[in-house]
Design a protein around this ligand. Structure first.
Ligand code: AMP
Length: 588
């Protein structure tokens, strides 16, 4: 069997690792270092660059250089370069191809299989897009796993007793919090949260602003207005930030920054932490929300793992100590820990490592639109995957021969407020009254988190299904926004849903009353028919007015009348039966 690799396909960098004699090893890049920039560039002559070379020429060739493509995975964004159009999957595919080549050159044999990591909040489309990228790179994806899960694997936490792990991943541009439960070889992602606009870049910006403003104080010139000076300032600020992770003081020096003058200032770690305390503060709310979603408190957390280059900042580590009252795990290089975990998972799948199972969860509820535009959940949020759930549905109209299955993701009560993932229809339903056909709608999420939805007519055994790979992107930011909205509008949504349900109930009631009349025409007298028809008209009038309370009142009235009429019908039928029997008796 060829070697299987683990790939952390990151927003700014990708890292690749593999198992060598049972131990995970990060593969150094032929261009130096272990991090392969996730950058693709097109240059004159139709050539394409990937990795360090692509990043190095980015400033000179910005239009034909593509960075941070991960943010677009699963979307329908198209990248146009010199008349050619690329999808995010293809661009990611170029990065994976480069990663694969680097691994093959280092290991010295062909690499065909890989485990690729994605953020825990990636939706089905984003996961599917990642799989498609691997196909472009001719890599066989053994499994897509969540980044925080990979980090826990890297620390060997699966070998310990049941525990709760909190993973903080603070990279260049994003902050992710994940809470996992693991024990006896089983991992379960309990909750995910974060901030899509918080990362090392924001800390760089604080230093840039401070240095630039200090310069203004002395020279009355804002160097940020000069594009080249700004770029130099950014690089120097990032260097200073890294240095302050090691030392209490750093000097920022940029020669000839403006009119032959140098920028020269010193910055203490204390001052840097004071400048950036609001950024640190932003890590608290998502962490608390994740704990709340997982039904846990900080005291229930047994381990904290730090992932991402920015967790090297002492203030971040200190915040972790204070919030969770423990020393966080940070021994494995935070840039490499995810790739190391992916390599271990690859080992699990090739049989080199035993006794680990992975269980992930759905970040948002999945379901379908039902009558009246109501969102009916099939798989709840935070359900461990793989999973299969189904429900039986029926038709809304008499003689309906087709049902539309609209698949949605979200937490809102009404379908229109959630995100559409796709739709299909099941036809050839035999003619029947509303409510009679039985259609089972089943949702299946596989171990990679890919969703398959099927509709099955229990009567005809007709079946149709789709895999969700439409190009709807749902970023973690959107997920958070949807969760917030669901909470904010919960009471309102409930009211709207109840209103719709009363309407559906009222229509159902009218239909039943009509059936009662049609089927008992020769038993009912004129007075009864009149009474039912009047009550039906009143329900219809209330429906037209759209007032819930009146609908309920009139519906109750109609229900009472139907109940009385039905019991009178039963009595009459009983009497007729008895009469018939007694007649038979007489004859005998
Ligand atoms: P990642 O996306 O995980 O590679 O994270 C990259 C981010 O980590 C960038 O913003 C880097 O500036 C930051 N970073 C890397 N090393 C350090 C360090 N020693 N101290 C502070 N930030 C760092």
């Amino acid at each position: 069997m060829s070697t299987a690799i683990g790939i952390d396909l990151g927003t700014t960098f990708s890292v690749v690792a593999y198992l060598e004699n049972g131990k995970a090893r990060v593969i150094p890049s032929s261009e130096g270092g272990n991090l392969i920039p996730s950058v693709v560039a097109f240059i004159d002559g139709g050539f394409q660059l990937t990795g360090k070379l692509a990043r190095a020429q980015a400033a000179a060739n910005p239009i034909r250089t593509i960075a941070s493509i991960k943010r677009w995975m699963g979307s329908d964004k198209k990248i146009e370069i010199e008349g050619k159009t690329y999808t995010p999957q293809e661009i990611s595919g170029f990065i994976l191809r480069k990663v694969k080549r680097e691994a093959e050159a280092y290991i010295g044999e062909k690499v065909e299989k890989a485990v690729i990591t994605v953020p825990a909040y990636f939706n089905d489309n984003q996961r599917q897009a990642t799989m498609d990228a691997a196909i472009f790179a001719r890599l066989d994806v053994m499994r897509i796993i969540n980044e925080p899960t990979a980090a826990s694997l890297a620390y060997g936490l699966h070998e310990k007793d049941l525990q709760h792990i909190l993973v903080w991943d603070l990279g260049g541009g994003t902050f992710d919090v994940s809470i996992l439960e693991l024990g006896q070889g089983v991992f379960e992602v309990k909750a995910v949260n974060g901030d899509t606009h918080l990362g090392g870049d924001d800390w760089d910006q604080k230093i840039m602003d401070y240095a630039a403003e200090e310069y203004v104080k002395i020279h009355k010139i804002d160097i940020r207005e000069d594009r080249i000076a700004l770029q130099r300032l950014k690089e120097a600020s990032e260097r200073a930030k890294r240095e302050l992770s090691q030392k209490p003081l750093t000097n920022i020096r940029i020669p000839f920054i403006d009119q032959g003058r140098d920028l020269e200032i010193s910055l203490t770690r204390e001052k840097f932490e004071e400048l950036s305390c609001d950024l640190l503060e932003k890590m608290v709310t998502p962490s608390k929300q994740a704990l709340k979603d997982a039904n846990l408190t900080a005291k229930n957390i047994d381990r904290v793992i730090l992932v991402g280059g920015s967790t090297r900042m002492p203030a971040v580590q200190q915040l972790a100590r204070e919030l969770f009252e423990m020393e966080p795990y940070k021994d494995i290089n935070p840039d490499e820990v995810v790739a190391v975990g992916a390599a271990i998972q690859a080992g699990v799948l090739t049989g080199e490592v035993n006794h680990i199972t992975l269980v992930d969860i759905t970040p948002l509820s999945l379901g379908i639109e039902t009558m009246g535009g109501i969102f009916t959940r099939i798989i709840g949020r935070n359900t461990p995957v793989p999973t299969t759930c189904g429900q039986i549905f029926t038709t809304a109209q008499d003689n309906q021969t087709q049902v539309d299955i609209y698949i949605l993701q979200g937490e809102r009560a009404l379908a229109a407020d959630n995100v559409s993932l796709g739709k299909f229809n099941l036809d050839n339903i035999p003619i029947a009254r509303r409510g009679e056909p039985q259609i089972e709608v089943a949702f299946h999420i596989d171990a990679n988190g890919i969703l398959q939805v099927s509709a099955f007519d229990l009567h005809t055994e007709n079946q149709k299904s789709i895999n969700i790979n439409s190009s709807k992107r749902l970023s973690r930011g959107q997920i958070n926004k949807m969760l917030e909205e669901a909470e904010r509008y919960a009471a309102d949504d409930e009211k709207r849903k109840e209103h719709i349900q009363i309407g559906i109930c009222a229509e159902g009631m009218i239909a039943s009353a009509q059936v009662v009349m049609e089927e008992n025409l020769e038993i009912l007298d004129k007075f009864q028919i009149d009474e039912i028809e009047k009550a039906i008209l009143k329900v219809k009038a209330a429906l037209a007015q759209g007032k819930s309370e009146e609908m309920k009142l009139e519906m109750d009235e109609l229900r009472k009348i139907i109940e009385i009429v039905c019991s009178e019908i039963r009595d009459k039928k009983e009497k007729r039966k008895k009469m018939a029997h007694s007649k038979i008796g007489v004859l005998k």
